[in-house]
Design a protein around this ligand. Structure first.
Ligand code: SF4
Length: 1012
């Protein structure tokens, strides 16, 4: 990867490596595993250093009936291609994809061993339930019937919100879409997934700054960066293959790499400058940097004038953060920050990369907005080599977020307003009134009628409070009584002591996963627990969205293994049980089993509704063409140079505007006004109105090349086309479709529009959703009568795509051309400010930088000041933070069950600074107790190291299966216990939730450490 290539195309045979040597010989499966296990260990070691797999000999394709299938690694958002070799239906060998622009023949330890993830012998093999404390095998029919019957009686007694459907970033896009749709048909917004606890603060912060809540550029585009600033991220372990792109910029451009982190990570080991910061002081650190930038006038004044609103208010806040104050709060010397600021100013464009070190805080949304503002001040946005490269976690956490597996949005970030639901019921061909009747109506605490269809549900971070909190304190009629954990590791969540209690209080706990997960063993239930074996993504086909918004298509590698079933089949089975299968899949073909929805038809259905984020042009056919022709895409720009996808960007990174017919190539770098919109360029999005306090929020005199409006402009509506005289560019068919959406002249419109068949739609003009699409409902910037007329049908609700097409024809972005905003007036802190964590040992800072007042949102009371006012620092003096390891992923059940990975990392541990360890009497390698201020404690091995600073301790978060010193191995179903068990850091981790999204705080709490 670091070698110079002549034409940007990797020159390496597609099928290489030791594995093909193994695959070509005839060995039994165990023999094969033994042989390739050695190889994998080698690969893991190489990849951990950012290297690549070397060819052991000339490519020797396996002979005989070997089939080659192309899939995508399921362990992180880099999206590395996996080449699977299948013999007689058995996955016998694997190699990294050499043609993939993302991994170029590299894999990390996890990717190199995904074959074992699918064929793993520790998977759940058949449905089970707990009876009198024993796991008992049941059939799928029994399981669905029993679970379904109990859910329906809970629904009858307590309402649909008493069943919580917790989905997953492990769904592919089609399954994620169906999951959210399914929750709507059940009648609840109590649906969510891991994005809530990994990047929800990114989505809210970033979307509210410039329009979309996603990574703006790509891993590959980092090749163009002149400086790389990583804060709160450790890609060397969390996204290992991404590091090859970072190191390429470092080598090719001499780009300085700056890593800000409380811990000297494996990423920091590559850095030119390591900035050790106090956990939880991100805003102070960024403001400290900006202090030098403003002081020395290093900001990009022209960029700010034309494309940024509110920077003067930021200057006022930043003025407080002189080097002395910054050092007092962050612990970083002023001289170092001055040097970093100068480096960033002298090496533009630079990119900013962050991950969960920045997001998982009570002030996470402040942190993410501060990072964005740094890039805006430097003028580093909308340019190759710049941007905010936000590395997502799980393989499809971007897609599952986009497809709306969230308690506050529908697919495409459409909000929960009536208009949004009407948009989707139009796409589904559903009777809006029928769907609405599925939801509960109740009197709120304020005495007003509430329709829970329009109210945010409980976020996953708080589901335990949905069980434990008194019902009268909640904005739903009753507690959560049944919990479905579908592809979710509970040990990735904080407050596990309370979680155990919540699991024990439930009427029923349903776990749907390839592995039993910690949900199977954390509690002491003797019945009312079901384990349903789900397929991995290697047992189905479908699309998956990488962190850079590119969508890749996975081929099915093998048929479902054991008795496992795909997520979409399981959704189909529940839909049948609940009686809405025919309604839910009326536009989607059903497979021969009469239950399972067809994947490609599902893609096509969401293509018809996902206008907001441009998931409309990525048909299965286009995505498959890209996968089959990966070698034709440039490794830096991601654009196809000739071939069948000529001109497209790899994976059609969203937004890919309009219908597939207009052949939009995708948008590789968001907000780039140096490219025409038809070629993937875009301005900042007009999401927050056109003016604020009399000031213009639209761009000043800049727009994309070829735009017929050479200035800022609002988002496109039909009325705007009329005003501009462009409505004549709409086809007759498009005009009829717009009329149907607007609810006018239905009968006439139906004559020529097959999509406008009678569907029971009886009210609403369908345009209200325009105002409330992305992220938080509170950020709706538009006046209430904005969409009151037919002319308000806009680029998001027009089902024909005509408005988008015409806007682009005239060189304009469908969503308008605005300034980015640095001040989010709808958030608790409009200007990002530093606030001390709830559990802080810097009592001297609490008065100056207090947390929020307690308040209620997302249906639940949420504590802030009532915790922070208590001083725990005497008894719990050490700051506790957490993070990832290269060998494991998420809660770790899959990867700890993988023998090749398990061998590499066998013990849960805590990193303790040498001085602290010596003072505490803790020896390296000895066991110690770590206790959090809420009383949760874990018994783990000490790693005494200088990687953490004095007064800070670090634990990885992938372990589970031990609880407060007890080994729970005997509670797993026989043969399904992960190879490696260990304490979860989250048993000791504490309360604390972001003020906008309810993200959990895992990066800055307190603990005490004692020899065990
Ligand atoms: S875990 Fe991530 S970096 Fe590693 S092989 Fe899989 S996709 Fe690539």
């Amino acid at each position: 990867m670091l070698r110079k290539k002549t034409n940007g195309v990797a020159r390496r045979p597609q099928r290489t490596s030791i594995l093909s040597e193994v695959a070509k010989t005839s060995v039994d499966r165990r023999g094969f595993l033994r042989g390739s296990g050695l190889a994998i260990g080698g690969l893991a070691a190489i990849a951990a250093t950012g290297g690549t797999v070397q060819q052991a000999s000339a490519a020797t394709a396996a002979t005989g009936n070997t089939e080659i299938k192309k899939s995508v690694c399921t362990h992180c958002s880099v999206g590395c291609t996996v080449i699977a070799e299948v013999q007689n239906g058995v996955w016998t060998g694997q190699e990294p994809g050499w043609d993939s622009p993302f991994n170029l023949g590299a894999h990390c330890a996890k990717g190199a061993s995904v074959r074992e993830h699918a064929h793993g012998e520790r998977r759940l093999k058949y449905p089970m339930k707990k009876v009198a404390g024993e796991w008992v095998r049941v059939s799928w029919e029994e399981a669905i019937n029993e679970i379904g019957d109990q859910m329906m009686s809970i629904r009858e007694e307590s309402g649909p919100d008493s069943v919580y459907w917790l989905g997953s970033a492990k769904h592919n896009n089609e399954q994620a879409y169906l999951f959210r749709k399914f929750a709507g048909y059940w009648g609840t917004n109590n649906v969510d997934h891991q994005a809530r606890i990994c990047h929800s603060t990114t989505v809210a912060g970033v979307a509210n700054t410039w329009g979309y809540g996603a990574m703006t550029n790509s891993y590959n585009d980092i090749h163009n960066s002149r400086a790389i600033f990583i804060i709160g991220g450790n890609p060397a372990e969390a996204h290992p293959v991404s590091l090859q792109h970072v190191l390429k910029a470092k080598e090719q451009n001499n780009a300085p790499l700056i890593v800000c982190d409380p811990r000297f990570t494996r990423t920091a080991a590559h850095a030119d400058e390591f900035v050790r910061m106090r956990p939880g002081s991100d805003v102070a650190l960024v403001w400290g940097l900006l202090w030098h930038i403003f002081e020395n006038e290093w900001e990009d004044k022209e960029f700010i004038r034309t494309r940024v609103w509110g920077m003067d208010q930021i200057r006022e806040e930043v003025a407080k953060w002189n080097p002395e104050e910054t050092e007092r709060v962050t612990g970083v010397p002023g001289s170092q920050l001055e040097r970093v600021a100068r480096t960033l100013a002298n090496n533009r464009p630079g990119t900013v990369i962050w991950c969960m070190g920045g997001t998982q805080h009570t002030t996470g949304n402040n942190n993410t907005r501060a990072y964005c503002i740094l890039q805006l001040a430097l003028g580093n946005m909308g340019t190759e080599g710049g941007g905010t490269n936000i590395f997502r976690g799980h393989d499809n956490v971007q897609g599952a977020t986009d497809l709306g597996v969230l308690s506050h949005t529908l697919p495409g970030y459409y909000g929960l307003s009536k208009g949004s639901w009407q948009h989707w019921t139009r796409v589904w061909g559903e009777d809006f009134d029928w769907l609405n009747a599925q939801f509960t109506k109740m009197k709120g605490a304020d005495g007003k009628d509430k329709d829970l269809m329009y109210e945010t549900g409980i976020p996953v971070s708080r589901w335990i409070d949905g069980v434990l909190e008194d019902a009268e304190n909640m904005d739903q009629p009753n507690k959560v009584r049944a919990m479905v954990l579908w592809g979710h590791a509970p040990n990735s969540q904080t407050r596990m002591v309370e979680m155990k209690k919540a699991m024990e209080m439930l009427d029923m706990l349903v776990v749907i996963d390839p592995y039993p997960t910690v949900s199977a063993v954390l509690h002491e239930r003797t019945d009312g627990v079901y384990l349903l074996p789900a397929c991995t993504q290697f047992e189905t086909e479908g699309s998956v969205t990488a962190s850079n918004r590119s969508i890749q298509w996975r081929q099915k590698v093998v048929d479902p293994i054991f008795e496992s079933k795909t997520d979409h089949e399981i959704i189909g089975r529940f839909a049948k049980k609940f009686g809405f299968h025919d309604r839910m899949f009326r536009n989607i073909a059903i497979e021969d089993d009469g239950v399972t929805p067809n994947i490609e038809d599902t893609t096509r259905e969401f293509n018809r509704g996902m206008w907001t984020v441009g998931y409309t042009g990525q048909t299965p056919e286009r995505l498959k063409t890209h996968m089959a022709n990966q070698h034709t895409f440039d490794r830096t720009t991601l654009r196809a140079l000739g071939g069948p996808a000529d001109g497209d960007y790899y994976g059609l990174p969203w937004p890919c505007w309009g219908t597939a017919d207009i052949k939009h190539p995708g948008s590789p770098n968001l907000y780039n006004i140096n490219l025409p919109v038809k070629d993937g360029g875009l301005p900042f999005r007009a999401r927050y109105g056109v003016e604020r306090n009399g000031e213009n929020l639209l761009a000043e005199g800049v727009s994309n090349p070829g735009a017929d409006i050479q200035d800022g402009y609002p988002e496109f509506t039909y009325q705007m086309l009329v005003d501009l005289g462009w409505d004549g560019d709409l086809t007759e068919e498009e005009k009829r479709s717009i009329a149907t959406v607007a609810g006018i002249q239905m009968a006439e419109a139906m004559e020529g529009d097959p999509s406008a068949e009678p569907n029971g739609l009886s009210e609403g003009d369908g345009t209200q959703g325009a105002a409330e699409e992305v992220g938080e409902q509170s950020m709706s910037p538009f006046p209430s009568d904005f969409n009151a007329k037919a002319g308000g049908v806009n680029w998001k609700t027009d089902l024909s795509g005509g408005i988008q097409r015409v806007a682009i024809k005239h060189g304009c972005a469908p969503y308008g051309n605005a300034k980015a905003r640095t001040v989010v007036w709808t958030f608790p802190d409009p200007v990002p400010v530093h606030r001390e964590p709830l559990y802080t040992n810097r009592r001297d800072l609490v008065e100056d930088y207090p947390t929020y007042e307690d308040r209620k949102f997302y249906r639940l009371p949420t504590m802030y000041a009532s915790i922070q006012k208590q001083d725990f620092s005497q008894d719990y003096p050490i700051i506790l933070t957490s993070g990832r390891l290269v060998e494991y992923e998420g809660g770790g059940d899959e990867t700890r069950s993988n023998p090749w990975l398990a061998e590499l990392q066998q013990d849960m541990f805590i990193e303790i600074n040498t001085r602290d360890a010596n003072n505490l009497g803790v020896r390296d390698g000895a066991m110690c107790w770590v206790e959090g201020p809420e009383g949760g404690k874990v018994k783990v091995m000490a790693m005494v190291t200088e990687r953490v600073g004095e007064g800070v301790a670090f634990m990885p978060f992938h372990f589970g299966g031990h609880f407060q010193g007890e080994d729970l191995r005997s509670r797993y179903p026989e043969g399904a216990d992960p190879i490696v068990l260990g304490e979860s850091t989250n048993t000791a981790q504490t309360y604390g939730y972001d003020s906008v999204t309810q993200m959990q705080e895992t990066k800055a709490t307190l603990c005490k450490i004692m020899p065990a």
